[in-house]
Design a protein around this ligand. Structure first.
Ligand SMILES: [Fe+2]
Length: 247
């Protein structure tokens, strides 16, 4: 059976670019932890907030941070770290669906956009904007940590309806842990039913939001019948492969 790479689709491993890693040393330790538990590829998804800066300025900062990190990795050949794909976590903003430069925030040279929806009740406006991103702009939209918005969407049908769009659902690894209560079962069930497709650690540091993909994978392996991990790995691999060179 083909073994597909283990991919972490959501992380803040670049040093000093957002509220994630605070230093190159921290980034390196995060990456080493990821590699130690078997992560082959980590998608670096630094926060992008339109209200704070232009896309070009963000990309400049991201390139500088990434280059600095890569230089340090090359200096210590014994460090064993996953491959890194550069992306961003784009916070939803007014007019996002018509922003001409949005494609520059996709993962690598793909058409895959990790979108962070508002931490507030979603309306038809947000629904239509995401719809336009999918159908008009032809982005492949990953909804970042879909589960984290549940508490803001109680009784809001848009929260369910948005899944009728051709979006991809990413769930944070920590949300599958039972310490988060009955909801963890809900998100595990989404994987079981194929309504969630991707896992990400959303790792920000080494303590409160540490890399923990291994825990989530073990939970899924033990609680979901069939080879759920192989399904997730194959989906992620094919997504990146099919989305390459689309821009
Ligand atoms: Fe994040």
């Amino acid at each position: 059976m083909t073994r597909y790479p283990v991919i972490d689709f959501h992380s803040h491993i670049l040093p000093k670019i957002d509220d994630g890693s605070k230093s190159t040393a921290m980034s390196l330790e995060m990456l080493q932890r990821m590699k130690n538990y078997g992560c082959d590829l980590v998608v670096s998804t630094s926060h992008y907030y339109r209200k704070n800066e232009e896309i070009s300025d963000f990309l400049e900062r991201r390139t500088a941070s990434y280059r600095h990190l890569c230089t340090r990795i090359r200096e210590e050949p014994e460090w064993n770290v996953p491959s890194i794909a550069l992306g961003s976590e784009v916070a939803f903003f007014f007019g996002i669906e018509t922003d001409e430069d949005l494609g520059k925030l996709c993962i690598g040279d793909t058409d895959i956009l990790l979108l962070e929806m508002p931490f507030a009740p979603w309306s038809v406006y947000e629904f239509n904007a995401v719809s336009a991103l999918c159908y008009d702009r032809r982005f492949r939209v990953i909804l970042a940590h879909y589960e984290r918005f549940a508490e803001f969407q109680k009784g809001n049908e848009i929260y369910d309806r948005i899944l009728e769009l051709p979006v991809i659902v990413q769930i944070n690894a920590e949300s599958l842990q039972s310490k988060f209560g009955w909801n963890s079962k809900r998100w595990i069930r989404m994987f079981e039913e194929g309504r969630a497709q991707l896992l990400g650690t959303d790792a920000h540091n080494l303590t409160s939001r540490a890399p923990n993909l291994d825990l989530a994978r073990e939970i899924l392996r033990s609680k979901v019948s069939g080879d759920i991990l192989a399904r997730i790995d194959e989906f992620g691999f094919r997504l990146l492969a099919d989305g390459a060179h689309k821009r």
